[in-house]
Ligand binder design. Structure first.
Ligand code: GAR
Length: 217
């Protein structure tokens, strides 16, 4: 079976990108990261990708100013040049036009560091701490024109500790992201995921094993 050709789009350090690359390194993996594209020339993730022998490209958004469509045209030529079939956003901090998102609908995933639909948008960890929730986590979902709102594919939860800061919570949630993003991509690449309206249906999947209760007395 041919492997799903995936582009990972980053803006920063690229730790989720690294988790995806590592998970799909084996020739027997169902997907292959064929290119890493950054909108920031100085993204640390670009170095990590090169060290892992994955081709990289830079499509700097700055020269395009507010012209998102022109930026996306440049991005699309990079995607076409590598015959990309599927996109994983991994800390990619640019919004797309509805046209771009609609074109890739069902073929583009994002990871967001909260248990969606809670705490969309910026500073999800600060939002979680302010709300006083006792559990948080991360979500991998399909991308729709509405930010952080598409069909949910995989979620992972972590406890929130009384002394948490946005930074300490972010670090705990990140370890979950590194588990669930490769899993989500594998499910898609194995052809086990169907989008049914606003929801994902997943073949042969079972719920995770245990309860997570926080705080413990
Ligand atoms: C991750 O925590 C990801 O969930 C978040 O940015 C971080 C990127 O880290 N993405 C968003 O907040 C998107 N709304 P990474 O570059 O090390 O993968």
């Amino acid at each position: 079976m041919s492997r799903l050709r995936v582009a990972v789009l980053i803006s920063g350090r690229g730790s989720n990108m690294t988790a995806l690359i590592d998970a799909m390194k084996a020739a027997s993996a169902p997907a292959e990261i064929v290119v890493v594209i950054s909108n920031r020339p100085d993204a640390a993730g670009l170095v990590r990708a090169r060290n892992a022998d994955v081709p990289t490209a830079i499509v700097d958004h700055k020269p395009y100013g507010k012209d998102r469509a022109a930026f996306e045209e440049a991005l699309t030529s990079e995607l076409k040049a590598r015959d990309v079939e599927f996109i994983c956003l991994a800390g990619f901090m640019r919004l797309f036009t509805p046209q771009f998102v609609t074109h890739w609908y069902g073929r583009m995933l994002n990871v967001h560091p909260s248990l969606l639909p809670l705490f969309k948008g910026l500073d999800p960890h600060g939002q979680a701490l302010a709300a006083g929730v006792k559990l948080s986590g991360a979500t991998v979902h399909f991308v729709t024109p509405e930010t952080d709102a598409g069909p949910i594919l995989v979620q992972g939860a972590v406890p929130i500790q009384a002394a948490d800061t946005p930074e300490s919570l972010a670090a705990r949630v990140l370890t979950v992201e590194h588990r669930i993003y490769p899993l989500a991509l594998r499910l898609v690449a194995e052809g086990r995921v169907r989008i049914a309206g606003d929801r994902c249906e997943i073949d042969d999947a079972r719920a995770g094993g245990s309860f997570l209760i926080s705080p413990e007395a």
